[in-house]
Design a protein around this ligand. Structure first.
Ligand code: GAR
Length: 211
């Protein structure tokens, strides 16, 4: 089982979905660490209650020194023998140095159908744009924010009368379904990159760049 760290900044509902999936011994990833960049991240207590090691590396004291913050995080990741990273509501932009070091081994979940609506406030922006379909994406993390190869997506309708909260809840339900599936593919070695795109294979393909 691939030793996986989940990085969070807040509530941690996606983290909880990953923990639930990984509680099954046949799941190809085991959660070795939940790391938060804020001591007040609510997900920390949830992880601790599930018996998962937790760590806090506060980003705030580092200010604009992102590399310094990442070095402190890396020390924790190393200490726990982490092989894969799942960003789950982790609200810090990572440097090229960090994303390169973890290329092909770091996933993120984003609450839109990428490449539409990268960045923040995705549900409000989807409503304002008048799109009829919205959703979530799991992608590999590359230096460009929300730009990495897409592993999996789920779509939901936008319904008459939706507000941001209603839409967010509909998308979140799909996030909790999608992320465990996508992490399992990566942990099981079923993802290869071809021409910068993620290809899901079973069993691992003999060609292509294995991750
Ligand atoms: C989720 O909707 C996730 O997709 C989003 O934040 C929420 C975290 O909720 N992530 C981003 O916006 C990343 N930029 P959670 O803490 O309950 O998983």
């Amino acid at each position: 089982r691939r030793r996986t760290a989940i990085l969070i900044s807040g509530r941690g509902s996606n983290m909880a979905a990953l923990l639930a999936a990984a509680a099954d011994p046949s799941y190809p990833a085991e959660i070795a660490l939940v790391l938060a960049n804020r001591a007040d991240a609510a997900g920390l207590a949830r992880a601790a209650a599930a018996g998962i090691p937790t760590a806090v590396v506060e980003s705030r004291p580092f200010g604009k020194d992102r590399a310094g913050f990442e070095a402190a995080m890396s020390a924790e990741l190393d200490r726990h023998g982490v092989e894969l990273i799942a960003l789950a509501g982790f609200m810090r932009v990572l440097t090229e140095g960090f994303t390169s070091a973890w290329a092909g081994r770091m996933l993120n979940i984003h609450p839109s159908l990428l490449p539409a609506f990268p960045g923040l406030d995705t549900h409000a922006r989807a409503l304002a744009a008048g799109v009829r379909l919205h959703g979530c994406s799991v992608h590999l993390v590359t230096p460009g924010v929300d730009e990495g190869p897409i592993l999996a997506q789920a779509a939901v309708p936008i319904l008459e009368g939706d507000d941001e909260a209603a839409l967010a809840a509909r998308v979140l339900e799909q996030e909790h379904r999608l992320y465990p599936a996508a992490l399992a593919w990566v942990a099981a070695g079923k993802v290869t990159l071809q021409d910068g795109r993620a290809v899901i294979v079973a069993p691992p393909a003999p060609t292509g760049q294995a991750l």
